[in-house]
Design a binder for this molecule. Structure first.
Ligand SMILES: [Zn+2]
Length: 179
């Protein structure tokens, strides 16, 4: 059976408090880095903007890092504002921890389900794959993907991870026949 795939449809927003207007949402926009190479030391920031007052903040990617420690191709990517690099840095948990923000994935991802025929042989086994690290609650994802109520999910799903705890690591579950 083909897996269900979770992928982002755009960059997530950032939940972080603006120092000027107290808004709690920021965006990377199209995604821009600032690079400051000072002798043998390197600073790289990812720029984000408050969605209500436009104040720009800098998220530290590298701080006073030895230039030689950074892969030249990666450094070129920062200088060129490479969209893939923007995405991979933004969703890197290390960046979030270091700069004290969380990601707001609301409306920024989708679930691709190959057509499942639930009238096939029971029980049905389904695998969930994460193309991007979007945290989802298995219970809600499965209900959405199969068009089941939450009660039906609790009754008919056997899952190898907690149904309630948000995860962004792949998992699999079994759908039991009705009855
Ligand atoms: Zn603001």
């Amino acid at each position: 059976m083909l897996p269900w795939v979770i992928r982002r449809t755009r960059l997530p927003l950032l939940s972080m408090r603006c120092l000027d207007c107290r808004s709690e949402t920021a965006t990377t926009g199209a995604g821009r880095f600032r690079v400051n190479a000072n002798g043998r030391r390197l600073d790289v920031w990812l720029l984000v903007r408050c969605v209500s007052c436009d104040r720009t903040s800098k998220l530290t990617v590298y701080e006073r890092a030895p230039v030689r420690s950074v892969d030249p191709a990666e450094l070129d990517g920062y200088r060129a504002n490479d969209p893939e690099l923007v995405a991979s840095r933004l969703v890197d948990p290390l960046l979030a921890r270091r700069n004290r923000f969380t990601l707001d994935w609301k409306g920024a991802w989708r679930l691709d389900t190959p057509s499942v025929r639930l009238d096939e042989a029971w029980p049905v086994r389904i695998k969930v794959v994460f193309a991007d690290p979007v945290p989802v609650r298995p219970e809600r994802l499965i209900a959405q993907g199969l068009g089941l109520s939450r009660n039906e999910v609790l009754r008919r799903i056997k899952c190898d991870v907690s149904l309630r705890r948000p995860t962004s690591a792949g998992f699999a579950f079994t759908v039991l026949a009705e009855g």
